[in-house]
Ligand binder design. Structure first.
Ligand code: NI
Length: 430
């Protein structure tokens, strides 16, 4: 690898509410942060629709990416001069940290669900394609972009480096837990990161934790568990996500039926037919989406108009919990009653499964390709965390799925079709 990196004449610092300061000394990192693809992350919220539940959650993927970089930098400081650590990998780790979420689009989760777009594929294209990011990375040699991409995709042959950015305890998770806790204002999500960093050790194929750090790790796992249920799976956030997804589906449907839009969805058409180019994709951030939603509140189509008004003014769907059995037995009747009441069930009667969501707390050895946490015992042997900690054992591997039905209760209170609406309320609300 050629050395296309220089040290900055003067260290740059970002003030950060979570890590206090973020330090940049490498010109390569400074220039990466300055690329338009990374700057675009300032216009994409880290937690999607969560700001409608916790109004503080306006932090962006840019904040988070800098935070992951800073934690990575501190881990490398701990690893320096230890066996198994090679300082040549330093910039690879730091660049991967800055770029690990660069492919995320607006409200990623909903867009991916509705249009099947894939932020990992976009990340690959941004790192490897004709972009400012790629141009900066290539200063380190023609192979460098591919190496960074391999680290982010977890396919790089250096497993230690991969584990630092994606394992059960990595720079990514340590940042988002603390950051999401800070900005939502919840009291969960806090753990002693300084302590964890001090007891982290490099091995040949993963970062491990010294046995004496077990209780700090337990705290971290508990905070993940709490954040998972209290923030990431919050049913109100999911209600907003349901509405957002339905707006996207309605727009696609109208587009395909040649509806005459007042504001034509030009930024979305590439998503509808899967033809979207990287250049077009990078133009769609959350400010663009919010602009369309704002304008579509005045469309003629009553469903599009209503759904956009709901999203913009936070008139969300109500939710009730249901067991699978009940849903199976009553679902067809419910849909029919909705139709009879003139409420389109395709848009206003929705089942949502929490297991659809891309977060987990701790599941050693399950479908996850992420490496579980290993403790380094004084005798030099490694033990998987849940085998040593009863606390972690008690909560790991348990998939608590819940299903909720979302529907607009206010529409059931309007005049007309009272009988059907009454029947719907009896089924849904008991
Ligand atoms: Ni991340």
């Amino acid at each position: 690898m050629s050395n296309g990196n220089r040290q900055l004449k003067e260290e740059k610092v970002f003030k950060d509410p979570v890590h206090r300061y973020i330090h940049v000394r490498d010109e390569l990192i400074w220039d990466l942060i300055g690329t338009k693809e990374v700057q675009r992350l300032r216009r994409i919220r880290q937690l999607g629709t969560t700001f409608l539940t916790f109004h503080g959650a306006e932090h962006t993927r840019f904040n988070h990416s800098l935070g992951v970089y800073e934690i990575m930098r501190r881990i490398i400081d701990v690893f320096a001069d230890r066996p198994h650590w090679n300082d040549r990998d330093r910039l690879l780790c730091l660049a991967a940290a800055v770029l690990h979420d660069v492919g995320h689009g607006p409200f990623s989760h909903s867009f991916e669900k509705v249009f099947g777009s894939d932020h990992e594929e976009w990340t690959r294209q941004i790192v490897l394609g004709d972009t400012e990011v790629n141009e900066v990375l290539r200063r380190m040699g023609d192979h460098f972009p591919q190496e960074v991409s391999d680290v982010i995709e977890k396919t790089h042959s250096n497993k230690l480096v991969v584990s630092m950015i994606s394992s059960q305890i990595d720079a990514d998770r340590m940042d988002y837990l603390q950051r999401d806790a800070f900005y939502t204002g919840v009291s969960y999500g806090h753990f002693d990161m300084e302590r964890i960093l001090r007891v982290m050790r490099p091995t040949e194929d993963q970062a491990v934790i010294k046995y004496t750090g077990m209780h700090a790790i337990e705290d971290y796992i508990m905070s993940r568990y709490q954040m998972y249920w209290q923030v990431y799976f919050h049913p109100v956030t999911r209600s907003a996500e349901v509405i957002l997804s339905k707006v996207l589906r309605r727009v696609q449907h109208l587009y395909e039926s040649n509806y005459q839009f007042k504001l034509y969805p030009s930024h979305f058409t590439g998503f509808f037919d899967g033809s979207i180019s990287l250049e077009q994709y990078l133009k769609v951030d959350e400010s663009v989406v919010m602009f369309y939603f704002q304008m579509w509140q005045d469309e003629e189509d009553p469903i599009l108009q209503d759904l956009c008004q709901r999203f913009m003014n936070r008139r969300l769907f109500k939710y009730v919990e249901f067991d699978q059995h009940f849903i199976m037995n009553q679902w067809n009747d419910l849909q029919e009653l909705f139709r009879q009441a003139d409420i389109d069930p395709d848009y206003y009667l929705v089942i949502d499964f929490s297991s659809d969501l891309p977060y987990d707390f701790y599941r050693p050895g399950e479908e996850e390709e992420r490496v579980p946490i290993h403790l380094l015992r004084p005798d030099g042997k490694l033990r998987e965390l849940s085998r040593e900690s009863e606390l972690v054992e008690a909560i790991s591997g348990k998939k608590r799925t819940d299903q909720k039905v979302y529907f607009p209760q206010d529409l059931l209170e309007t005049p007309g079709h009272e009988q059907e609406k009454q029947r719907i309320k009896e089924i849904l609300l008991g």
